[in-house]
Write a protein that binds this ligand. Sequence first.
Ligand SMILES: Nc1nc2c(ncn2[C@@H]2O[C@H](COP(=O)(O)OP(=O)(O)O)[C@@H](O)[C@H]2O)c(=O)[nH]1
Ligand SMILES: [Mg+2]
Length: 333
Amino acid sequence: MKLIIQIPCYNEEATLAQTLADLPTHIAGIDELETLIIDDGSTDATLMVAREAGVDHIVRHRRNRGLAAAFATGLDAALQAGADIIVNTDADNQYRGADIQQLIAPILADRADLVIGDRQTWICPHFSLSKRTLQRLGSRLVSRLAGQHIPDAVSGFRAISRETAIKLHVVTSFSYTIETVLQASQKGLAIESVPITTNDATRPSRLFKSISHFVFKSTATIVRVYVMYHSLAIFIWLSILLMVGGVIPIFRFLWLFANGDGDGHTQSLVIGGVLFLAGWFAVAFGVIAELLSGNWRLLGMVLERARRSQGLRSSLLDIHSCDQDDTWDRRAP
Ligand SMILES: Nc1nc2c(ncn2[C@@H]2O[C@H](COP(=O)(O)OP(=O)(O)O)[C@@H](O)[C@H]2O)c(=O)[nH]1
Ligand SMILES: [Mg+2]
């Protein structure tokens, strides 16, 4: 059983060495343990720190492309390197290497496909009350949409089975966390959470500029991923709302007209007509979105098959890694 610990890094020279030093060297149930750094276009000495620490694999984006792209490139590189389990952690020493054992336990026990480290944010001293509340509300919404209990949907400390990594395709650009949870649940994969503790913050989060920015970006991700899988139902509901909203003023006008009071009520007719028409447009959009969603599923299946076939370079397979420019493998001759 081979475990690869992947760490996406963007200008992490200050904390990467400490993060790497904290990783375990042996884990029960794991025969081979390797590390993978995804250098996301760092302009500092991140690459040098990684090499000096003896990291097994390094993948580099020539330009900064964001955490979601770095995560996707990492999964692809880990699959190529033959990982049976992939653990993702942050380079800021936020998560404890010692927790990896319990993080991968549900996968080793064949109970789960994706395991999320639950930071227990409700009792975590590093989180403010507003952040805790938002985190709780967001995770409840994601749990509801995913149909599984996920107490910490945005945690970056995760274990992913090889099979799951083959099936996940990250397409949004902000953060992979919510997208992969929703995708995994849509694909019928089992998600489990294990409680973990986090280290004291070494620096403020760089992922979002403010809470409102985070909420906006996360909501956009949720809507986008949810619509991808439930487009027809969403647009049909929207259409019903619009049509009902349109029929009421139209009937009002007809009723008044039939009673000889049609003059001065044409506004009802206009508003009703516009709403009714918008309802039909919503049906049309729903059909188009459903057809696109079918294509997206087919594409997913093609990507899955391509990933399974041996000997193909990842650069041909994944939109996020297509311009990954530099891979370095300590084990290569
Ligand atoms: N902010 C940010 N982080 C990136 C990027 N690419 C890779 N990362 C890495 O993603 C991880 C998570 O970032 P962090 O600021 O700790 O986010 P947080 O833990 O969610 O608050 C770190 O290891 C970063 O180095 C990027 O473009 N922006
Ligand atoms: Mg972090």
